[in-house]
Design a protein around this ligand. Sequence first.
Ligand code: SAJ
Length: 443
Amino acid sequence: MPDSQHSTTPASAALTLAEKIRGKRAHVGVVGLGYVGLPLAVEFARAGFHVTGIDVSAEKVARVNAGDSYVGDIPSAVLAPLVQSGHLRATTGFEVVADLDTINICVPTPLRKTKDPDMSFIVSSCQEIARFFHAGTLVILESTTYPGTTDELVLPLLAKNGLEVGRDFFLCFSPERVDPGNPKYQTVNIPKVVGGCTPACTEMGREFYAQALEHVVPVSSTQVAEMVKLLENTFRMINIGLVNEIAMMCDRMQINVWEVIDAAATKPFGFMPFYPGPGLGGHCIPIDPFYLSWKSKQAGIEARFIELAGYINGQMPHFVVDKVQGALNDAGKPVKGSKIHVMGVAYKRNIDDMRESPALDVMLLLQRRGGKLTYSDPHVPELHLDGVNLKAEPETAAADADCVVVVTDHTAFDYAALLERSRLIVDTRNALKGIASPKIVRL
Ligand code: SAJ
């Protein structure tokens, strides 16, 4: 059981906390038990800490306490023993903060419709934490956000009753780098960047992560740590935008962009392949860069690359729909009244996440042009448009369709059988790579 003594004098606060962390006697708290928070809580419980997860969802809390995992990367066979041994429990109440020594905040940071940051989850979590906050605590924000959030928004919410950061409590930012479903990189072996409000905070954060994770990367400030994550994901978004624009150029010049990319990828240095697609989905890449552009605009600098890449990526569903229209037209068929079957609707292969999925844009645009839509996706059991579930079995629907569109290239699909039974396939992911057939139209 954790040591429930909380030191009161400043100097001893740091010493006592560091000793608890090193001795794995610290009571670890994780706010937000999603695809980031639950794996983090599990890693610290596995390392021997007493961990309490806090989540607003009573269902999530009940499932954690029943050892019933809802996060793909954490099998119940891993979660249940940690709950049974008492190393991991969950609650919806923040009262437990009074007994916590460390608190990781892993709550969502979505964008509002106006494309500016929605900080409501961070603010509400910090307001609840502040109600029970005490000296000798380490707080680490992990939610992806704009540079300055930790110092400008979180710190004032916690630095109350004379508590001084770096002396009485410790505050850091550490970007989450969880890649759901990645078989090679999981929470324990993904290098963990951490930056504090003060050097003492950075050191406490480093010490904390070093107890459970394989590689810790301390940096000089919370702003550097916040910016690291935004650079990582803005890099991806812009390069995806670049390759999507290259795809549109190649299409116009009748050059096979997939062959171009594969050949360019043979360059052993100075190049990293990205691939064109139907658009940009997910809850990270389409969103994180706009946290950066929002903040940089406040600093008086227009983030032109981000805005341009956002525009180009946003054009891809329209580009795909034009390809479908052109392919049907070449077969003497209008989109209107044609049966169009979409293969794969999740935002990327082999997952079930639909957030910001470009498949939704493609299907809506085709429906607006009069297409009769169905879809197949082994990871997405239902998808309703106008109240109708468009789910159909690939075998029958593809054979019956005037055009099949591969939007998400799940590995579970039988592409050879799909080619056999389809009249026409628009392949937006090069899923039928290397297959030459007049039936196939590629991006
Ligand atoms: N996409 C392309 N072309 C590409 C790569 C991706 O069109 O070459 C599309 C995908 O289909 C998807 C979207 O972009 O719709 C985002 O794909 P992603 O591979 O970036 O996957 P995400 O959104 O799951 O991104 C996460 C990020 N992880 C974190 O933020 C912690 C990202 O930093 C990772 O690099 C990425 O996973 C990954 O590599 O899988």
